[in-house]
Design a protein around this ligand. Structure first.
Ligand code: CUK
Ligand code: CUA
Length: 659
C-alpha cells in the first residue's frame, strides 16, 4: 500500500518535472517511504516544538507546531490585524506609534528567542521591523506583543534583532546608512561618503520584566549592515555583523556595491563599549523615538516619546570595532555553538569562509592589520580565517548548527541545503529545496545548545509546489529529519506572508512557562472596566459617549441604547466577564470604520465608533461563544443632533418609547 502511494507520487513528480524544466533535480523523489510517519502528529497529540516564524511583508509572526507543520496562531506585531483588533482597538493603537505617528504596517524578517546562559529559555521572542526601524518583544506567556521600541539614526532595521547570551542586549544594525537624525539630513545624495553613517543599537533587556531600553549606539562609516549574531561561550562579549556596500555606493547597488572582492564582517567588542559608556565616553545626541509598552493590568498600551541617545564613535575609540574581510557581499553571519567559529555567507562568493575567534583575538593582539576602513582597523583575512568550505553551492545565505559539529547552509541560487563539518570544512550532504531557499532553522540552532532533530527550510519562490492561486503563490517551508547522517525531507507546508528567520523551542518549555489562561477580573485595572452587569452604564461627556459594556454568554449589557446623536463619538468599552479559558467574546457594529474587538476573558477593550447617519444600528458578538451566540446582539439608536431623545440604556426591559 505504502509503496504504491510512493510510486504514484514519483510518477506525478516525474511527469511535472518534464513540464517544468526549472524544477530542481531530485526535489520530487526526495520524500522517503517513512516520511509521513515522522511528521505525523495524531489528532489530540501535541507537537514536539513550537516554531516561531517571521511573516516578512505581512508584518506578523506565525506559530506552527513541529513536526506537523500545523498553524496554531498568527501573532500581530507590526501590522494592524482586524481579526484580533490589533491597531484598531483604542488600547492597542499606541503600540504602533512611532516618531512618524501611527505606522500600521511593517516588514518583519527575523525572530530571536531570549536566552539564558546561551540556551533558549522560552520567555520572549523578539522581532524586527525593517521599514520604520523598530524591535518588538512578544511575551510567550500571553503570545502577545508586549513592547515595541523604535530605533533612531537607522533606516531599514535588517541586522536585527539578535541577542547576547543572557539576553543582556538585543542588538540591531541599520541596513541603510543614512545621515544621522542628529545631523542635517538635507544633503546631496552623492555625498554618501561624507554624510551617511551606520548606527548599531544596543537595546538592554530587563532581566525580570523584559522591558527594553536603548542603552547606546555605535556610529560607524556608512555601509549596509545585513545580518548579525552574538558571540557565545568564549566569544561572549562580542558581536558580529555582516557588511556589504563597503564601496559606499548610493545608486545602482546591484552593480556598484558588487565591485569589491571582499566586504567585511565587523566584530564589535560590546563589553569594551560598555566600559566606555560607563567612563562617560558616549556623546548625548538629540533624537526622537517612540517606546511603547503594554500593561497587562490596564489592558492598554502607552507610548512615550524619547529624545536622547548615547553614541560611541567607532573611529575614535580604536578598540571596539574591527573589520574582517569577507568575500563577497556577505548576507548571513552565524556563530557556531562553541563560539569559536564565525561563518560569513557571501551571496556572490563561490566558497564559505569560516573565521576563528581565537585567531582573530591573536591578530588583534599582534596588530596584524592591513590598514583601516574609515578609522576602523582591518584585520588581515588569513589571520582571522579558520578555513574555507570549497564548492559548497551557489548563493550561500544562512547557516545553522546541530550541536554535533555540523553546519547547515542554505543556497538561494542552487536551491539547496548543504551540510558540512565545521572543523574539517568537508561537505557531508546536500538536499534540494522547493525552490530558492532563504533562511533555515534548527530548533536552538543559533544557541549554545541546539536541540537538533529537525531542520526547516523557508523557501521564497515556490512555483508549482501547491495548487496555483493566481499570480501570487504560497511560500513554503520544508521539514527535514536531521537525526541521521543524511537529511531526509519529511513534510512541507505553506506559510503566512514571506518567511525569513524563525526560531523553535521544545513545546514543554513554553507550555509549562506559566501560560496565562484568562485575566482575573479582580486584577482588571482598566479605567473603563465594568466588572459586573450592575456596573454597566452609558455616560455622556460633551459629544463623547462612553458605553461601559459587559459581555457574558450570551448577551451584552446594556443591549438597547438610545440618546446618541449625530456628531457624537461613541466608545464601547467592552469587558468580558467570563473567567474561563478560551471563552473570548467579540464585538462589531455596523458602519464602523474599524476592526472588530476580540476580548479575552477578564479583559476590557475599546472600540471607537462615530455614527455617520441617523438610524438604528445593530451590534453583535463575532466569536461563536455558545449555542445562543447568534442571540448575542443589541441595538443603538442614533438621533439628529439637538433632538430631545434622553440618554437611556437597558437590558431585558423595554424602556418607555420616546419620539
Ligand atoms: S533575510 Cu530573508 S532570506 Cu531579510 Cu534574514 Cu536572508
Ligand atoms: Cu459572545 Cu458570541
Amino acid at each position: 500500500m505504502k509503496n504504491k502511494f510512493v510510486q504514484a507520487i514519483l510518477v506525478i513528480a516525474l511527469g511535472s518535472a518534464l513540464v517544468t524544466s526549472c524544477k530542481p533535480k531530485s526535489s520530487g523523489d526526495a520524500v522517503s517511504g517513512d516520511a509521513a510517519e515522522k511528521a505525523y502528529v495524531a489528532p489530540g497529540k501535541y507537537d514536539e516544538f513550537y516554531n516561531f516564524v517571521s511573516g516578512g511583508f505581512s508584518g506578523q509572526l506565525s506559530v506552527y507546531g513541529l513536526p506537523s507543520g500545523r498553524l496554531f496562531r498568527v501573532i500581530p506585531v507590526f501590522s494592524v490585524d482586524p481579526e484580533k483588533g490589533w491597531g484598531y482597538s483604542e488600547e492597542t493603537k499606541p503600540m504602533l506609534n512611532t516618531s512618524h505617528g501611527f505606522v500600521p504596517w511593517d516588514d518583519l524578517h527575523h525572530t530571536e528567542m531570549s536566552q539564558t546562559n546561551g540556551e533558549v529559555d522560552g520567555r520572549w521572542v523578539f522581532g524586527n521591523a525593517n521599514n520604520t526601524p523598530r524591535i518588538a518583544r512578544i511575551d510567550l506567556k500571553t503570545f502577545k506583543t508586549a513592547e515595541i521600541i523604535e530605533l533612531p539614526n537607522s533606516g531599514g532595521n535588517h541586522s536585527s534583532p539578535f541577542i547576547t547570551e543572557n539576553t543582556e542586549y538585543v542588538v540591531a544594525g541599520t541596513r541603510f546608512s543614512v545621515p544621522a537624525d542628529y545631523s542635517n539630513g538635507d544633503v546631496p545624495i552623492n555625498t554618501y561618503k561624507e554624510n551617511y553613517k551606520g548606527h548599531i543599537s544596543f537595546v538592554s533587556v530587563d532581566k525580570k520584566s523584559g522591558e527594553m531600553d536603548l542603552a547606546f549606539q555605535i556610529v560607524t562609516p556608512g555601509v549596509n549592515f545585513d545580518l548579525s549574531h552574538a558571540g557565545k561561550g568564549k566569544s561572549h562579549g562580542w558581536f558580529f555583523f555582516s557588511c556589504y556596500n563597503t564601496e559606499q555606493a548610493n545608486t545602482l547597488l546591484e552593480v556598484n556595491a558588487s565591485q569589491k572582492d571582499k566586504d567585511f564582517i565587523m566584530a564589535v567588542n560590546w563589553k569594551k563599549a560598555e566600559e566606555y559608556i560607563k567612563a562617560g565616553k558616549g556623546k548625548k545626541q538629540k533624537v526622537k523615538y517612540a517606546h511603547n509598552t503594554w500593561d497587562e493590568h490596564t489592558h492598554s498600551a502607552k507610548s512615550v516619546m524619547k529624545d536622547e541617545v548615547l553614541v560611541l564613535d567607532a573611529s575614535e575609540l580604536k578598540d571596539i570595532c574591527y573589520m574582517i574581510p569577507c568575500p563577497k557581499s556577505p548576507h548571513g553571519c552565524d556563530v557556531d555553538p562553541t563560539g569559536e567559529f564565525i561563518v560569513g555567507s557571501g551571496k556572490l562568493a563561490a566558497l564559505i569562509p569560516v573565521f576563528s575567534f581565537d585567531k582573530m583575538q591573536a591578530a588583534i593582539k599582534g596588530k596584524k592589520y592591513e590598514g583601516d576602513y574609515g578609522g576602523i582597523p582591518v584585520i588581515k583575512y588569513e589571520e582571522a580565517l579558520h578555513g574555507e568550505v570549497q564548492k559548497p553551492g551557489l548563493g550561500p545565505l544562512h547557516t545553522e548548527f546541530d550541536g554535533k559539529g555540523n553546519a547547515y547552509t542554505t543556497f538561494f541560487v542552487s536551491s539547496e541545503v548543504v551540510k558540512w563539518d565545521i572543523k574539517t570544512l568537508k561537505v557531508l550532504d546536500r538536499v534540494a529545496t522547493y525552490y530558492s531557499v532563504g533562511h533555515l532553522m534548527i530548533p536552538g540552532g543559533d544557541s549554545k545548545k541546539p536541540f537538533g532533530k529537525y531542520l526547516v527550510a523557508y523557501n521564497k519562490i515556490t512555483k508549482d509546489r501547491y495548487l496555483p492561486t493566481g499570480p501570487e503563490l504560497a511560500q513554503s517551508a520544508q521539514i527535514f529529519d536531521i537525526s541521521g547522517d543524511k537529511m531526509k525531507l519529511i513534510l512541507d507546508f505553506p506559510t503566512i506572508g514571506e518567511p525569513h528567520y524563525a526560531q523553535a523551542a521544545p513545546a514543554d518549555l513554553i507550555r509549562n512557562n506559566g501560560q496565562l489562561k484568562f485575566y482575573k477580573l479582580e486584577d482588571n485595572k482598566h479605567p473603563y472596566a465594568a466588572k459586573g452587569e450592575k456596573e454597566a452604564k452609558v455616560v455622556r461627556e460633551g459629544n463623547k459617549v462612553h458605553v461601559y459594556m459587559t459581555s457574558i454568554r450570551s448577551h451584552f449589557a446594556p443591549d438597547n441604547i438610545e440618546g446618541v446623536f449625530l456628531g457624537d463619538e461613541v466608545y464601547f468599552h467592552v469587558t468580558n466577564l467570563e473567567q474561563d479559558w478560551d471563552v473570548p467574546h467579540g464585538f462589531a457594529i455596523k458602519g464602523a470604520n474599524n476592526g472588530e474587538l476580540l476580548i479575552m476573558p477578564g479583559e476590557t477593550t475599546t472600540l471607537k465608533w462615530v455614527p455617520d447617519r441617523v438610524g438604528t444600528f445593530p451590534f453583535y458578538c463575532t466569536d461563536f461563544c455558545s449555542a445562543l451566540h447568534q442571540e448575542m446582539q443589541g441595538y443603538i439608536r442614533v438621533s439628529p443632533k439637538g433632538s430631545n431623545v434622553p440618554l437611556q440604556f437597558s437590558l431585558g426591559t423595554n424602556v418607555p418609547a420616546t419620539k
